[in-house]
Ligand binder design. Structure first.
Ligand code: SDX
Length: 384
C-alpha cells in the first residue's frame, strides 16, 4: 500500500526481532498496526478496539467486540488494599513514580493459563489506578469506575466527577478527543518502554511486574515524559520574542527541543499531525490555550532552520499532546500517565507475542568488551 515496502529480507538479518504488530516507515512518516494505517484507526476505531487489534491480531467481530469491551469495563475496579496504597501516596508524589510500585503488588509468576484474564485486568485497571492517583493529588475521594461508559469517557469521569457523580457526564467532545489520543499512543513498535516490557517479561515474571518496568522506562523525558517536558520548555520560553535565543541554545547543545526528533522518523511523525487537529477540537471546547502561539512559533522556527532540517528533527507525538492535556486541566506531571495508560495495550501485545513464541527466550544482549586485557592481581602495597 502507498508504495510502502513492508518486508525487506535484507533488513530481517539486522533487526533484533521480527513482529507482526506494528510497522513504521521512518522515511515516509508512515505507521500501521496489523496492516491498518494509523490515520484510519484514529478516525474510525476506538481505543479498546485498537487494543484488541494490537493484542489479538484482527479487528474484533461485533460479538467479540461486545464481549471484550464488557470484560474490560467490568474489570476496572481496584482492590481495597491497592486503593489504600494509592491513598497513602504523598499528595505531591509524581504519579508515574507511584505506578511501578502499585503494579508490583501482584507478584505472581507468569501463568499462561490466565494470560488473557491478566491482559483484561491490566488494561481495565490502568485507567482506574491513574484516576485514583489523580484524585489523591486533588485531595478528593476516589470515584468508582462506570462500566456503562467508554474507556476514555470513564477515565475523565473518575477524575473529574463531582459529589453528585451519578449525574456527571464528561463532555462528549473531550471524551472523543481522549479516545483518539489513546489510539495514537497505544503502540509504536519496539520503543524504549516496549523493549523494557518485553525484556523484563522474557524472564517469565508476571505481566504486572513487567508493566511496572515499562512504566518506569516511559517516564523518562526522552520518552513518554517528553509531553510534560515540552510544556515546561514552552513555559520557560514564555514569549515568542524569546524563541531565537532558545533556538541558539539548542544549536549550542545547551538545550533540548523537547517534542522534536525521533530515532525512527526521519520525516514528520504521522501521529503529531493528527494530534494537532485534535487540539483544535479541545481548544474549541475548553477555550483558547495561551501557550499555542509560542508552541506554533517555535515549531515554525525549527522547521525553517537548516540546522534542524539537516538533523531531520520534526515534531513527534509529544509536541502537541501536552497542550491538550493542559487544556483539559490535568496537572503537568500527570501527562506521562496519560501516555502510559493507552501504551499498556502495546506493551501487552508485544509481551504476549514474545511469550507465545515457540520457545520464549530470555533476553540476554551480548556486548563487545573493550576493557583491559587479561592481567594479574596487584597487592595493594605494590600499587602506585
Ligand atoms: C517518544 O521510540 C519511539 O517510538 C518513542 C515514541 C513512542 O511512541 O514510543 O515515539 C515516543 O519517546 C517520542 C520522543 C519523545 N522525546 C522527545 O521529544 C525528547 C527530545 N528528542 C530527543 O531527545 C531525541 O530526538 C530522541 C531521544 C527522541 C531520539 O534520540 P536519537 O535517536 O539519539 O536522536 P538522533 O540520533 O536522531 O539525533 C541526531 C542529532 C544529534 O546531534 P549530533 O550528534 O548529530 O550533533 O540531533 C540531535 C542529537 O543530539 N537531536 C536533538 C534533538 N533530537 C536529536 N537536538 C536538539 N533537540 C532535539 N529534540
Amino acid at each position: 500500500a502507498n508504495g510502502i515496502r513492508v518486508f525487506d529480507p535484507a533488513y530481517l538479518n539486522t533487526a533484533a526481532i521480527s513482529s507482526k504488530i506494528t510497522f513504521i516507515d521512518g522515511d515516509k512518516g508512515f505507521l500501521m498496526h496489523r496492516g491498518y494505517p494509523i490515520e484510519q484507526l484514529a478516525e474510525k476505531s476506538d481505543f479498546l478496539e485498537t487494543a484488541y487489534l494490537l493484542i489479538y491480531g484482527e479487528l474484533p467481530s461485533k460479538s467479540q467486540s461486545e464481549i471484550w469491551k464488557f470484560e474490560v469495563m467490568h474489570h476496572t475496579e481496584i482492590a481495597d488494599d491497592l486503593a489504600k496504597v494509592i491513598g497513602s501516596m504523598r499528595y505531591d508524589s509524581h504519579p508515574m513514580s507511584a505506578n511501578p510500585a502499585l503494579q508490583g503488588r501482584n507478584l505472581y509468576i507468569h501463568d499462561k493459563s490466565i494470560m488473557n484474564k491478566n491482559i483484561i485486568r491490566i488494561i481495565g485497571k490502568s485507567a482506574t489506578v491513574a484516576a485514583a492517583s489523580m484524585r489523591v493529588r486533588m485531595n478528593r475521594p476516589f470515584i468508582a469506575p462506570r462500566s456503562d461508559m467508554g474507556f476514555a469517557e470513564n477515565m475523565l469521569y473518575m477524575m473529574d466527577a463531582t459529589s453528585d457523580s451519578e449525574n456527571y457526564k464528561p463532555d462528549a467532545r473531550l471524551a472523543k478527543a481522549l479516545e483518539t489520543l489513546f489510539i495514537l499512543h497505544a503502540d509504536h513498535e519496539m520503543n524504549c518502554s516496549t523493549a523494557a516490557m518485553t525484556h523484563v517479561g522474557s524472564s517469565l515474571v508476571d505481566p504486572y511486574s513487567a508493566v511496572s518496568a515499562a512504566a518506569a522506562a516511559l517516564y523518562g523525558p526522552l520518552h513518554g515524559g517528553a509531553n510534560e517536558a515540552v510544556i515546561r520548555m514552552i513555559e520557560k520560553i514564555g514569549k515568542v520574542e524569546n524563541i531565537p535565543t532558545f533556538i541558539s541554545a539548542v544549536k549550542a547543545k545547551k538545550e533540548l527541543l523537547f517534542g522534536f526528533g525521533h530515532r525512527v522518523y526521519r520525516n514528520t511523525d504521522p501521529r503529531s499531525k493528527i494530534i494537532r487537529e485534535v487540539a483544535e477540537t479541545v481548544f474549541t471546547a475548553c477555550g483558547h490555550e495561551p501557550l499555542i502561539e509560542v508552541a506554533t512559533a517555535l515549531k515554525d522556527a525549527a522547521l525553517a532552520d537548516p540546522w534542524f532540517v539537516e538533523k531531520k528533527l520534526y515534531p513527534n507525538v509529544d509536541y502537541w499532546s501536552g497542550l491538550i492535556y493542559r487544556s483539559l486541566g490535568f496537572p503537568l506531571d500527570f501527562f506521562p500517565v496519560l501516555f502510559a495508560v493507552p501504551r499498556v495495550a502495546g506493551w501487552l501485545a508485544h509481551w504476549k507475542q514474545a511469550i507465545e513464541a515457540s520457545n520464549p527466550k530470555i533476553w540476554r544482549p551480548r556486548q563487545v568488551y573493550v576493557g583491559p586485557q587479561v592481567r594479574d592481581y596487584v597487592p595493594i602495597g605494590d600499587r602506585e
